[in-house]
Design a protein around this ligand. Structure first.
Ligand SMILES: [Zn+2]
Ligand SMILES: [Zn+2]
Length: 553
C-alpha cells in the first residue's frame, strides 16, 4: 500500500503545489502572546505519538504550549503541567457525553466518571473548576456531531481539522495525499473551508452569553480505512499522517499573556488556562502566512479592553480598533452579532460606534483556500453589554398548587446479582430513607443498585418530583420512572454530596433510557434512584439519604 501511495505521489507531483506561507514582518504584539495548539491525542488514547514525541514535534513547529486531550472519563489524575522539549504541556481530557465530545481543561481528577447527559457533564466540569469546550460540533460524521445546544458549555471549536477533511470530496483528498509529502502543512491548509454553520452557531450563542471559540487540531497522527473505534475514529491504521509536525504548522492559537512565560510550568499553565477561559485568544492559519499578529481592542470612557472582555457601558461611545501584519491585499472584517459591520484593507481598521453588541474580527488574505475562503485570523469577541447580560436565565419555578406524598408502597432494592444494596428507614413510613450500596468490581457493564418505590398512579397529572437528599460522597444518581408493562424507563441524573440539598426533577426534562418517546407520567408506576456505571466506577461503595419525597404540579 505504501508503494501505491508513493506511486500516486509521483503521478500527481506535476500538480501545482499549494503556495508556501507568506513571510510577514514581526510585530510588537507578538511579544505578549503564546502560540499553542489544542485538542491533541497521544498514544495514551487513539493518537500515534507519545507525549514526549508530540512535545518534540510542537517544539520543531515553534509552539510554546500544547493541550493534550486524550479520551477519558475524568477519573484519571491529569499529569501536572510540565515543560518537555521546551514546550509547556498541559494535560486535559476529551469526555464522551450523550450529545458528543466535550473537552475539559483545568479539571482535577473527577470523583466519579463524567458521562451521560451533556448538560450534566457540563455542570460537573464547572463544579470541579474546569473549562469545557464542545469538540467538532459540526462533524460530517453524525456520531461525532454535537446535539445539545442548551447545555451550559464554556466554549466550542469553531474549527476542527478532523471535521474539515471529512467534508472534502475524494478527488480533492487524493490530490492532497499526493501533495502532502512535499508541503504537508500547506496541503492541510488547502483543505480548510470557512465553517459557516459553526461560526453562525457561535455568533448566535454569543448574543446571549460569553462563549470562547478555539481552533482544534484534533491531532492523532494516524489515518486508516477500517472500522471506527468507540470514539468514532478509525481503529486500524497504517499511515502516521497527518503528522503532528504538519498539524502544528497548519494552524494554532495565540493566547494573550499578562506577563511573559517564566518557564515555571504550573504558573505558566495557570496563566494560559485563565486566558483561554476569558477568551483572550485568537486563531490563525500559519500555513498561509506567518508570523501572525493581531491587536483588537475597544476604547471608551477612558477604558481599554480586549478579546473576551465585557464593556458594561453600552450607552457610551467607543472605538473598536484592529491592527494586523497581513500581506497587502488582505481585508479586516469587523462583525457584530456575526454580521459584517464594516471592513477595511489591512493593516488597520478603526470604527466608532455605541450600543450593545458582540464584536469580533476576521482577517482575510487575498488568496485563501476554501469554499467559502478560510479566514487567516479569527478573533474572539469583545462584548459591549448592559449589566444583566450573560447571567444564566433562571428557570421559572412554578409554585406547586398541589403536593402529595408519592409513597404508595414500601421502598425496595433492585440490583445485579453481585452488587449489594440495603435500605434503612427508622420512622416508617415517612422518615428519611437511607440507601447503602456496593457495586461489584470488575467489568463495567451491567453493575447497578437502585432504590425503588411503587407509586401507583401518583405521578398522574403532576409535573415534577421533589425531595431533599444528601450522599456519603460526591455522586450522580439517576432518577428514573418506569412503566409496568413495557419496562421502559425515563431518567434525569442529579448531583449529590454531603451537603443536604432540595432537588426537583421535572418530568419534562426526563429523557428515555434506551428506547425513545416522550415521558407520560400517567403510565409510570415505579420511581427508581439508580446508581450505575454511567457515573459510578465498579467496586464503589456509598450511601445516600432521601426525605420528604413528594410529587407536585
Ligand atoms: Zn472527539
Ligand atoms: Zn479528539
Amino acid at each position: 500500500m505504501a508503494a501505491a501511495v508513493l506511486a500516486a505521489a509521483f503521478l500527481f507531483a506535476a500538480l501545482p503545489l499549494p503556495a508556501r506561507p507568506s513571510v510577514m514582518p514581526a510585530a510588537a504584539s507578538q511579544l505578549l502572546t503564546a502560540r499553542g495548539s489544542f485538542h491533541i491525542h497521544t498514544d495514551r488514547s487513539d493518537g500515534s505519538g507519545s507525549p514526549d514525541a508530540v512535545a518534540a514535534a510542537a517544539a520543531r513547529a515553534g509552539l510554546q504550549f500544547i493541550v493534550l486531550t486524550d479520551h477519558g472519563d475524568g477519573t484519571r489524575e491529569p499529569d501536572a503541567p510540565q515543560y518537555r522539549s521546551g514546550v509547556l504541556v498541559i494535560d486535559a481530557v476529551e469526555l464522551s457525553t450523550q450529545a458528543g465530545h466535550y473537552i475539559a481543561i483545568g479539571l482535577p481528577r473527577a470523583p466519579y466518571p463524567l458521562r451521560g447527559d451533556a448538560r450534566d457533564v457540563a455542570a460537573d466540569v464547572r463544579r470541579l473548576g474546569g473549562f469545557g469546550i464542545v469538540a467538532h460540533p459540526h462533524s460530517a460524521k453524525s456520531g461525532l456531531r454535537w446535539h445539545d445546544w442548551e447545555a451550559n458549555f464554556d466554549g466550542m471549536e469553531w474549527l476542527n481539522a478532523d471535521s474539515e477533511w471529512r467534508d472534502e470530496r475524494r478527488p480533492q483528498l487524493l490530490r492532497a495525499l499526493a501533495r502532502y509529502p512535499f508541503r504537508p502543512a500547506e496541503t492541510l491548509a488547502s483543505l480548510l473551508d470557512r465553517p459557516d454553520a459553526t461560526l453562525a452557531r457561535r455568533d448566535a450563542i454569543a448574543e446571549r452569553r460569553p462563549i470562547v471559540a478555539l481552533a482544534g487540531a484534533d491531532a492523532h497522527a494516524r489515518l486508516g480505512w477500517n472500522d471506527d473505534d468507540e470514539y468514532g475514529y478509525r481503529r486500524e491504521w497504517f499511515l502516521r499522517m497527518p503528522s503532528y509536525d504538519a498539524s502544528f504548522r497548519t494552524f494554532a492559537m495565540r493566547v494573550a499573556l499578562e506577563r511573559p512565560l517564566a518557564h515555571a510550568a504550573v504558573a505558566d499553565a495557570a496563566q494560559i488556562i485563565a486566558a483561554l477561559k476569558r477568551g483572550a485568544v485568537y486563531s490563525a492559519i500559519d500555513a498561509l502566512a506567518a508570523p501572525v499578529a493581531l491587536e483588537f481592542s475597544a476604547t471608551g470612557n477612558g477604558h481599554k479592553i480586549g478579546q473576551g472582555d465585557v464593556f458594561r457601558e453600552p450607552a457610551t461611545a467607543f472605538t473598536l480598533t484592529a491592527r494586523t501584519n497581513a500581506p497587502t491585499g488582505g481585508v479586516i472584517v469587523l462583525r457584530k452579532g456575526g454580521r459584517i459591520l464594516t471592513q477595511n484593507p489591512v493593516p488597520a481598521l478603526t470604527f466608532e460606534t455605541a450600543g450593545e453588541g458582540t464584536y469580533r474580527v476576521e482577517v482575510y488574505l487575498s488568496h485563501a483556500p476554501g469554499e467559502p475562503p478560510i479566514p487567516w485570523i479569527v478573533s474572539n469577541p469583545i462584548y459591549v453589554r448592559s449589566s444583566g447580560w450573560g447571567a444564566p436565565v433562571p428557570i421559572a419555578v412554578e409554585v406547586p398548587t398541589i403536593t402529595r406524598g408519592a409513597q404508595g408502597g414500601p421502598w425496595h432494592a433492585e440490583k445485579d446479582d453481585e452488587s449489594s444494596a440495603e435500605i434503612s428507614q427508622k420512622d416508617y413510613p415517612t422518615g428519611p430513607v437511607q440507601f447503602t450500596f456496593r457495586l461489584a468490581g470488575g467489568d463495567r457493564a451491567g453493575r447497578y443498585a437502585a432504590l425503588g418505590l411503587g407509586v401507583g398512579k401518583a405521578l398522574t397529572e403532576r409535573t415534577h418530583v421533589a425531595f431533599r437528599a444528601q450522599a456519603s460522597r460526591p455522586m450522580r444518581v439517576s432518577v428514573q420512572a418506569r412503566q409496568p408493562q413495557s419496562g421502559e424507563r425515563w431518567q434525569r441524573s442529579i448531583y449529590l454530596d454531603a451537603e443536604p440539598r432540595d432537588v426537583i426533577v421535572r418530568f419534562a426534562e426526563m429523557t428515555p433510557v434506551g428506547s425513545s418517546g416522550a415521558f407520560d407520567p400517567a403510565l409510570a408506576d415505579t420511581l427508581l434512584f439508580v446508581v450505575d456505571t454511567t457515573n459510578t466506577l465498579p467496586g464503589t461503595a456509598g450511601s445516600f439519604t432521601l426525605e420528604n419525597l413528594r410529587v407536585e404540579r
